[in-house]
Design a protein around this ligand. Sequence first.
Ligand SMILES: Cc1cc2nc3c(=O)[nH]c(=O)nc-3n(C[C@H](O)[C@H](O)[C@H](O)COP(=O)(O)O)c2cc1C
Length: 403
Amino acid sequence: MNAWFETVAEAQRRAKKRLPKSVYGALIAGSERGQTIGENERAFTELGFAPHAAGPIGERDQSTTVLGQHLSMPVLISPTGVQAVHPDGEVAVARAAANRGIAMGLSSFASKPVEEVVAANPATFFQLYWCGGKDEISERMARAKAAGAVGLILTLDWSFSHGRDWGSPQIPEKLDLKTMLSFAPQTLARPRWLATYVKSGRIPDLTAPNMAVGGGAAPGFFGAYGQWMGTPAPDWDDVAWICEQWGGPVMLKGVIRVDDAHRAVDAGVAAISVSNHGGNNLDGTPAAIRALPVIADAVGHEIEVLLDGGIRRGSDVVKAVALGARAVMIGRAYLWGLAANGQAGVENVLDILRGGIDSALLGLRKTKVTDLDRSDIVVPDGFERALGVPENPAITRPATASA
Ligand SMILES: Cc1cc2nc3c(=O)[nH]c(=O)nc-3n(C[C@H](O)[C@H](O)[C@H](O)COP(=O)(O)O)c2cc1C
């Protein structure tokens, strides 16, 4: 079979065939009835384009900057704490991102240490959860900074909801011999995945090395998760504290309301990502793309506004940028690429997005990605969601942007 794939949907099909059932299930994630995860993708299908039939256009330029980092296209790797997809894990993703000129977001719950990931891609943003006491949080930030991370992504939108109507994947606490044997029917049915691990001489150790503190060993994924669950939720003063402690650019990921966007600005963040955690958090939260336009209007002149959730093709990137995002972050798309073909699979996904962005720019007769605006997009009435706007706390308002 040709290792190259044509679309992100094909990468997903290959990931499903290649990964053990529980690993693929963890990567799909989602929560409750899966309303939000489905909505994130569906909402993009409601948006259309208003292309030109002819007209001059120069060489297309997709470049932009985010948190001071130059990006060859308006796409970043969103942090994902997922294990056992590929032995090279986030290092392979970081290399692919570096080869394609984009930045890497590294999760606190990642399987690879921040030092190795920054070595693979100097444009790395370290993602932090509010987990443990302030001393531990400071220590994790200091480690990431010392490793050379050039920005911090603070993710606070998590509500520990895990029931899934389609069933949650079975993930072991650690992989000892007994557990490996119990997973044998799944893993033996996936010989190519198994062969990649055998070749690497490693088995997934299911630890979170970036959560270690006090010079201790990397905690197990679930040990770290338990600590996070037991940590009282932060408030806006804590967000301001993080910004001070980090002393560099901070992005707050998971903003979906306008009032929160204003508070994030007040707390001192340099960027936000309009996001619902890829539909893994509070099910019933609207698609991120629906909440984007009103948030971009409200704070886009003060801070950088990004979006993540549901990006599967270059045209999705263009729609988000035209509706006010400076750039987008991708999660599942690159994880599927990684599962399908390692580093080359992630590069394949990034090339698919780049090609799709280029086609859309050509059709819209826009030379630069930064020239995109709402006149390029067809937005149906009622598409937008204005959450937490003072004049209308009742959640919805009619669409204002249409072409
Ligand atoms: C398996 C999985 C693990 C994730 N882990 C994290 C994480 O550790 N930290 C974080 O900020 N976001 C995490 N996310 C959310 C992603 O960063 C991103 O918001 C989301 O995947 C975007 O939606 P998309 O997958 O449709 O692109 C995770 C998402 C997935 C699918």
